[in-house]
Design a protein around this ligand. Structure first.
Ligand code: HEM
Ligand code: HEM
Length: 152
């Protein structure tokens, strides 16, 4: 009888439970897609009105979805911080992409909530960082998730 608990490999932390993995991937995809869809409509598809461009009719709905999913994302980040990140922080594998993901998620949370509570230059700066960092984070996430361990 082996001393290694079921579902683990000797010397390595247990794999992420399937449901948690599916939830993290689903929530992250929805967050990114709602943000990027809003950005594309905002930059290239706003109808022009008498006094300049008007918001695209889908922008408000997309931001409602994004704001709601963001709450779930912050909850999950806390969960992963206590489990996954804590368990993996000493392993060399996925370390760079993992910490890059922690850094971008932290900045996205900070700038996302700053959009509610800042005005003027601070609001414009937060919006700019949030929009472009958010769009680019897909590459960090893909770098992290494309190297996951497959069941043996
Ligand atoms: C944990 C990660 C994230 C959190 C907590 C978050 C949170 C937020 C919040 C609270 C808002 C304001 C919502 C509103 O005005 O009702 C917002 C806006 C926005 N978010 Fe995110 N977000 C995150 C990730 C992302 C990602 C990955 C993208 C991808 C592109 C993104 C793109 C946007 C855009 C384009 C806006 C509108 C910005 C503006 O008003 O100028 N966000 N986000
Ligand atoms: C916000 C931060 C992070 C998120 C959202 C995240 C998310 C994930 C997800 C969803 C997986 C796939 C799990 C699976 O399929 O079993 C994964 C794998 C992995 N992550 Fe992270 N991670 C984060 C930070 C980190 C950090 C900081 C490290 C290490 C320093 C790390 C190391 C790893 C490793 C080694 C794997 C592969 C695990 C395996 O193959 O069993 N992650 N991560």
């Amino acid at each position: 009888m082996s001393d290694v608990p079921f579902g683990t490999r000797a010397g390595s932390p247990p794999a992420m439970p399937r449901r948690l993995r599916a939830t993290v991937l689903g929530v992250s995809a929805l967050l990114w897609l709602s943000g990027i869809a809003w950005l594309v409509l905002h930059l290239w598809f706003e109808p022009s009105g008498e006094f300049g461009p008007l918001p695209h009719p889908w922008e408000a709905g997309l931001m409602k979805v994004h704001g709601m999913v963001a709450v779930a994302a912050v909850f999950l980040l806390g969960w992963l911080g206590a489990g996954h990140v804590f368990q993996r922080c000493r392993s060399a594998r996925n370390r760079i992409s993992g910490w890059a993901l922690v850094g971008s998620a932290g900045l996205l949370v900070f700038t996302g909530y700053a959009l509610y509570y800042s005005l003027g230059a601070a609001h414009t700066g937060s919006a700019w960082v949030h929009e472009w960092l958010g769009a680019a984070t897909i590459f960090v996430a893909l770098a992290h998730w494309l190297r996951i361990r497959r069941p043996e």
